[in-house]
Write a protein that binds this ligand. Structure first.
Ligand code: ACO
Length: 320
């Protein structure tokens, strides 16, 4: 048995923030942001948090799969911006959906979280422990941005994507995951600084800090490497892949990955122009858009691949 994606869903907040609007708040420009990243606008959550967005994406995925919440054995929610340190976002989603038979927990692998979630669900399904899983990638990065730091805040947006995975004979072929904790400082956000009644310090909330060029160099090297590893271990030729659904962090990163893989850009769809980088949500949002647009045919081979804080990276090979 393997895990097959049988339904997808996504949700984006209504509020659009254009590059021009940001240029009215800080020293930046539409031209700078577009030419460096490919981003034109992003969505920002106003009156909803991470769990609220996750629930909306999850409901759409369940509806598209034709699966009732009670049928779920497992809910994995990948995020870096959970509304509460505990309970987990996954448990909050479980409660709202009424998924009374599911075990639920969060996955912390930043932008790679959805891939880690899929790979984990796959392992549970292969082992026979679970049959039906809901995997959600969601982030509300607007709440951990320093909105005066033009080097980071212009890149990110809020959103959620989800997929229902069920045990079938065909579906996910293989997945790979990797981590390098020594590179953690390259991209980080302190949850709450040390502070208690005994050390005299008041805890403070942190904001996202990033060495953009280091992340860029890491991504363009590591993502092609892990896609080659994925395909070598699956004995699948790269030219037989129909689509590469990559993490949407920067258009230039994805163009460079396509070039290194010697694959045409038509096989590397992007929506970063409209949403920016929604971290754990980029891959399932794009997957849902392509699915709803009818781009995938049964039997198509699709590679999902991402990278993010940790540093982490991962890829999954699907047969649609
Ligand atoms: N508007 C205008 N100027 C800016 C802005 C801005 N928003 N941000 C930075 N600048 C300036 C800098 O201050 C610098 O000015 P200086 O030369 O006078 O010092 C200049 O632009 C160039 O800055 P760089 O950082 O060198 O610009 P670079 O071409 O490297 O692009 C970017 C920066 C877009 C962040 C790029 O490095 C990148 O995309 N990196 C990857 C980021 C990424 O993928 N992050 C997320 C991955 S993981 C996850 O999703 C959590």
């Amino acid at each position: 048995m393997t895990g097959k994606i049988i339904g997808t869903g996504s949700y984006l907040p209504d509020r659009i923030v254009t590059n021009d609007e940001l240029a009215g708040m800080m020293e930046t420009s539409d031209e700078w942001i577009r030419s460096r990243t490919g981003i034109a606008e992003r969505r920002i959550a106003l009156d909803e948090g991470t769990t609220g967005m996750a629930v909306k994406a999850a409901r759409r995925a369940l509806e598209s799969a034709g699966v009732e919440a009670e049928e779920l054995d497992l809910i994995l929610l990948a995020t870096s911006t959970q509304d509460h340190l505990f309970p987990s976002g996954a448990c909050e989603v479980q409660a709202t959906l009424g998924a009374v038979n599911a075990a639920a927990y969060d996955i912390s692998a930043a932008c790679t979280g959805f891939i880690f979630g899929l790979a984990s669900a796959q392992a549970f399904i292969r082992s026979g422990m679970y049959r039906t899983a809901l995997i959600i990638g969601v982030d509300c990065l607007s709440k951990i941005m320093d909105w005066s730091d033009r080097g980071t805040c212009v890149l990110f947006g809020d959103g959620a994507g989800a997929a229902v995975v069920r045990a079938e004979d065909r579906g996910m072929i293989h997945a790979v995951m990797g981590s390098d904790g020594t590179k953690g400082p390259v991209l980080s956000c302190v949850a709450r600084s040390e502070g208690n009644a005994f050390n005299g310090r008041t805890p403070e909330l942190g904001y996202t800090q990033m060495d953009g060029q280091a992340v860029f160099k890491f991504a363009v090297k590591k993502v092609p490497e892990c896609i080659h590893q994925l395909l070598d271990e699956s004995s699948v030729d790269i030219d037989d892949i129909d689509y590469f659904v990559l993490h949407q962090a920067n258009q230039r990163i994805n163009e460079s990955i396509a070039k290194r893989l010697k694959q045409p850009l038509e096989k590397v769809p992007m929506n970063i122009e409209r949403y920016g980088n929604t971290s754990a949500a980029t891959i399932p949002i794009l997957l849902d858009e392509l699915n709803r647009d009818g781009k995938f045919q049964p039997g198509d081979k699709i590679v999902l691949a991402g990278f993010g804080a940790g540093l982490t990276w991962g890829a999954a090979l699907l047969e649609w």
